[in-house]
Design a protein. Structure first.
Length: 446
């Protein structure tokens, strides 16, 4: 065995000392598990002493480091678990908060998937549609909340939107008709939004029952129609008086022995003319509760002009009508669209009567545009007063207060048109007249 003292490096303090003078910890000797190499000169070799010291360090320090590491890992694990629990609690509070908002909202809130199946529904929606205590609405097709023909067409709407991205109501609020569980129908204000979660498309509808508002609008509309009837009375009397005089003349000719067949034919024609005028007037004045239907704008124009009749000519107003008979139909109540048109025509006439101009002219036109029909009424009167320009569609705003104007006509017209997804606007230049236009979407194909 080589001499341990031949190992290179500085000798520890015990090197070269007799083995009996060196105190080696018992734990180190026992753990080493081997006999020490004693040099020929009675000293412990430096190599074995170094090995003993290294083992001692491992035996004592390593467990201490391990315990510290375990404590650090445990602390980090506890902190991570605490943060996770706090995150879960925060998410639960956030979810409960939003659920409480949805549940306590007065408007109905319904979400559906891409197939039109209801996924969530708040209590307001269930009460609104009469589905409380009937198993609720979740899991049922949303078209049970719609009357025909919308119920049958809804799935095709969703399929067309998925294929083309073409929006008809998504992202656009509008008034539609809802259907309760007992089959009764009621007007609602519907707003639909679109969302995406984990690649799944869903739609959220916010629904408001506007029955009371529509009832109030109907009463105001009826009031405004009766006011219009009063304004038309003189013109209608003139329209009826002319055919009556013709009928009287023809009857006298028959009495005098003139051609009976020819005169009787004229009497019948003039009688039908009177009947048409009276029917139009009664239809316009009555409280209309009919459902929206495919409405012909040319027919509405024709009936409106029958009511206006010769009244315009007596004021020296030239009326130019440019309304093609081939226009597409719009989805609306004919009486309400006639009310809008008549209001614009009466306003134009009143503006012209008080206009300081020699040539009084009103142009009534209609064209198809942007998926609907635009109707315009243009006059060359004084234009809209500047102080009314920003408020002209507000209730009770009028330039005819001294002449009995209610200021409801344009406000009601705006409500009627927006209820069908349409709009109304105007352009005006002081001293050069004004043009009012309204637009309604084309009625869906049957």
């Amino acid at each position: 065995m080589p001499n341990p003292t031949a190992v290179a490096g500085p000798a520890p303090p015990s090197a070269g000392r007799p083995s009996k003078d060196v105190v080696i910890p018992a734990i180190a000797i026992a753990a080493l598990g081997t006999s020490l190499a004693i040099g020929t000169d009675g000293t412990i070799g430096k190599l074995m002493l170094a090995a003993s010291a290294a083992f001692l360090a491992v035996a004592v320090v390593l467990p201490l480091a391990r315990r510290r590491g375990e404590r650090a890992v445990a602390k980090a694990t506890w902190a991570s678990e605490r943060d996770r629990n706090e995150a879960i609690a925060t998410a639960a509070r956030h979810s409960a908060h939003w659920q409480a908002i949805v549940d306590t909202a007065t408007e109905g809130i319904v979400t559906i998937n891409a197939n039109g199946i209801i996924e969530t529904c708040n209590g307001a929606a269930e009460r609104m549609f009469g589905h409380t205590g009937t198993g609720g609405l979740v899991g049922r097709p949303v078209n049970i909340l719609m009357p025909e023909p919308f119920s049958s067409q809804h799935d095709s709407y969703l399929q067309r939107y998925a294929a083309t991205g073409q929006r008809r109501i998504i992202g656009i609020g509008r008034e539609v008709i809802g259907k309760r569980s007992d089959g009764s129908e009621f007007p609602i204000d519907l707003s639909v939004g679109e969302g995406m979660v984990d690649g799944r498309r869903f739609f959220t509808a916010v629904i408001r029952d506007i029955s009371e508002r529509k009832e109030m609008q109907a009463k105001l509309g009826q009031t405004e129609r009766l006011v219009a009837v009063g304004e038309l009375a003189a013109g209608v009397a003139h329209e009826i008086n002319n055919p009556i005089n013709t009928m009287i003349n023809c009857a006298q000719l028959v009495q005098d022995g003139d051609d009976r067949e020819t005169n009787c034919k004229v009497i019948v024609e003039e009688g039908h003319r009177i009947a048409d005028i009276v029917r139009d007037l009664l239809q316009f004045a009555r409280d209309d509760r009919d459902r929206p239907q495919a409405t012909s704008i040319p027919e509405v124009v024709h009936r409106t002009l029958r009511l206006i009749g010769e009244n315009w000519k007596r004021h020296g107003i030239t009326l130019v009508v440019d309304v093609p008979d081939t226009l597409a139909t719009v989805l609306a109540r004919p009486q309400q669209i006639q009310q809008v048109l008549l209001n614009l025509m009466i306003n134009a006439k009143d503006a012209m009567v008080h206009a300081d101009t020699q040539s009084r002219r009103v142009v009534l036109g209609a064209r198809e545009a942007d998926g609907g029909v635009t109707v315009s009424v243009e006059d060359n009167g004084p234009g809209v007063p500047e102080h009314l320009s920003q408020r002209i569609f507000e209730p009770f705003v009028t330039s005819k207060r001294a002449r009995g104007g209610t200021g409801l006509g344009l406000s009601i017209s705006k409500s009627i048109l927006e209820g069908y997804g349409g709009w109304i606007d105007y352009t005006s230049q002081l001293g050069h007249g004004a043009t009012f236009r309204f637009w309604l979407p084309v009625a869906p194909a049957e």
